[in-house]
Design a protein around this ligand. Sequence first.
Ligand SMILES: NC(=O)c1ccc[n+]([C@@H]2O[C@H](COP(=O)([O-])OP(=O)(O)OC[C@H]3O[C@@H](n4cnc5c(N)ncnc54)[C@H](OP(=O)(O)O)[C@@H]3O)[C@@H](O)[C@H]2O)c1
Length: 296
Amino acid sequence: MTVLVTGARGNIGRRVVTRLHAAGQQVRASARDKGTLTVPDGVETVGLDLTAPAGPDGAADGLDGFETALKDVDAVFLYATRGSAAPFLHAAKEAGVRHVVFLSSPASYEAAEFRGPIGRIHRAAEQAVAESGLDHTILYPSWLATNAHRDWGTAIRAGEPVELPYPAAQCVPIHPGDVAEAAVDLLLHDTHRSRMQILTGPESMSLDEAVATVGAVLGRTIPVRAISREDALARREPWLSAPVLESLLDSAAASVGRPAPVTNAVERITGRPARSLREWIGENRGEFENREDFEL
Ligand SMILES: NC(=O)c1ccc[n+]([C@@H]2O[C@H](COP(=O)([O-])OP(=O)(O)OC[C@H]3O[C@@H](n4cnc5c(N)ncnc54)[C@H](OP(=O)(O)O)[C@@H]3O)[C@@H](O)[C@H]2O)c1
């Protein structure tokens, strides 16, 4: 069985590659710039832009084209893209791909987000997958535990307070390895394939409780400073557009004091209970302590 993993350098994608390879599967890992992709020995790499127009293989611009990327592929792990992936999905159907596992976002259906930019991008991508006629399962993971280091790592390493516009907003941290393990099961086996799987961690907690969990693992108190929505927008990181941040703030505001839904999908699919935020922080404490033992 050959599995094409798109976004193979991505947070979840690279974990999917590692697990498939460890399970002895044929893996083809793709990135738009395959020259900078690091994969385990034995994993094939291809240059693939999911939003490229259909056409002949385009080696000239560093891409391998859909035909090469999809040759003999049985299943595809797919990311959402800003542009349309419809031509790629059409090519996948033509190439005989049997199942697509599509990493989407609850923003696609959550009341506070589905009209915003994150919701629109993911709904359009879901629609393209549905219209392709490909058999598929859509994954809706909850709040990725990796957000803790992406959003708070700098402040925590510097010993500064973590600034939160909505400290009481609720999230359900999920271990990124659990998302990858569920994806791998769905790529390889029929058993849990369905229209969608809502994957969550084991418990809903407020964002300030999540910060306290990091502190508990590190053995120190991490102060939290509540800031206004306006200040959060003014301090926006350059990689986040203003409309996307607005949408994330809307979602956080809507979840204040309202526990987020928890499912047992991780356990049902993988046969193991979902891992906790504490467990992920414990495995990666070096990242919060400025050491170099962070496992990405
Ligand atoms: N953060 C959360 O709490 C959370 C929760 C639920 C769902 N999600 C969803 O999960 C996804 C992010 O997952 P992640 O953290 O694993 O992402 P990530 O690390 O940012 O990786 C995204 C991947 O998408 C690939 N990609 C983007 N556009 C592409 C294109 N046109 N053609 C081919 N590949 C393309 C990138 O490949 P290149 O190497 O070519 O750049 C990259 O590897 C998003 O859809 C997000 O909404 C996130």
